[in-house]
Design a protein around this ligand. Structure first.
Ligand SMILES: Nc1nc2c(c(=O)[nH]1)N[C@H]1C(S)=C(S)[C@@H](COP(=O)(O)O)O[C@H]1N2
Ligand SMILES: [Mo]
Length: 325
């Protein structure tokens, strides 16, 4: 997230709009060669390229690939996905989470499921992970700041958990509450956000099969900087909705307050669906930079409605998406 303290231009997308002539020329020759077929297009080789995305040497986590949820884009390199992060509890620089999240103790860990449910429960991590079979799904994730990644996540649909706790008729929203512990998280000494970091979804959004309760990535358990030991991943929404290191999932009647909308309500709405037609008040959302692809030949790509996950459109039928941003 871009914090306003950093205003004065440095928080705007940098570099890629300015194209020196030499780069422009070589790009043209590159495009010509592409057209002649002498350079293979990465977009046509997702699997061979993806084999190079690699893993990190963490604890392995087995999962069955779910081919119904496979972004065909080239995967982000493991190294990039684990060294360029937003996790403000560990600092606001992109490199901070990888540097500082080593102090996060991810076991023992419990997640409390409470509120408007017939079966409230507090589960340890192993019981939570056994609620449904683990799947690998390759999702794009698009940060509100204008960059994106493509990551092979491991988890199962949040709906699997929701069905087991049996929400009551009063459950209209789900609130996600994350760990707030000064001893483990140096960033929470800074009063940037109203800790704990919280997020939320409307019930029908939470039940959408795309919403992934996530325990791993790249064949391994989640690295701490990516939200270990359990997070949510919502690929059609801006990245900040995908809350990391969850400790509580609460079913509620009213739309919950969320950390970023409390911080700047005019900038970060409750829905925060990826939408290239609705700009952030301080920058355009029409395009994005794919992390790891910002070399000479890569132009910014167009941001897609719902980040390309148009199957969620019925959830928002009839809503004014400028108003409910
Ligand atoms: N608890 C918590 N969750 C968080 C954040 C955070 O600061 N704290 N940052 C969010 C933002 S802005 C983004 S873009 C994604 C980044 O996830 P990644 O680092 O795994 O790519 O995590 C989201 N989840
Ligand atoms: Mo983000």
């Amino acid at each position: 997230m871009l914090i306003k303290r950093q205003a004065e231009g440095i928080d705007l997308p940098q570099g890629s709009e300015i194209t020196p002539r030499a780069v422009f020329e070589s790009r043209r020759s590159f495009i010509r060669q592409m057209a002649l077929g002498s350079i293979a297009s990465g977009a046509l080789l997702p699997f061979s390229q993806n084999a190079q995305a690699q893993e990190g040497g963490g604890q392995k986590l087995a999962a069955r690939p779910n081919t119904a949820f496979v972004a065909m884009d080239k995967q982000t390199a493991y190294k990039d996905a684990t060294s360029y992060n937003n996790f403000y509890e560990f600092g606001t620089d992109k490199a901070d989470p990888a540097k500082h999240a080593g102090t996060l103790k991810t076991r023992p860990w419990t997640v409390a499921i409470e509120g408007e449910v017939k079966k409230p429960m507090t589960l340890d991590l192993d019981s939570l992970m056994k609620m449904a079979p683990l799947e690998e799904r390759i999702y794009r994730l698009r940060c509100v700041e204008g960059w994106s990644m493509v990551i092979p996540w491991i988890g199962f649909s949040l709906s699997e958990l929701i069905k087991k706790v049996e929400p009551t008729g009063n459950a209209k929203y789900v609130e996600f509450i994350t760990l707030n512990d000064k001893k483990q998280m140096p960033g929470v000494y800074e009063p940037i956000l109203n800790w704990p970091y919280t997020e939320g979804l409307r019930m029908d959004e939470a039940m959408h099969p795309l919403a992934l309760l996530t325990f791993g990535m790249y064949g391994e358990v989640l690295p701490n900087q990516n939200g270990a030991p359990v997070r949510i991943v919502l690929p059609w929404k801006y990245g900040f909705k995908s809350a990391k290191s969850l400790v509580k999932i609460r079913f509620v009647k009213e739309q919950p307050k969320t950390a970023w909308s409390l911080y700047a309500p005019q900038e970060y709405g409750f829905y925060s669906n990826v939408n290239p037609a609705v700009d952030h008040p301080r920058w355009s959302q029409a395009s994005e930079r794919r992390i790891g692809e910002d070399g000479f030949f890569n132009r910014k790509r167009k941001t897609l409605m719902y980040n390309g996950y148009t199957e969620v459109a019925p959830l928002y039928a009839g809503m004014d998406l400028k108003k409910f941003f």
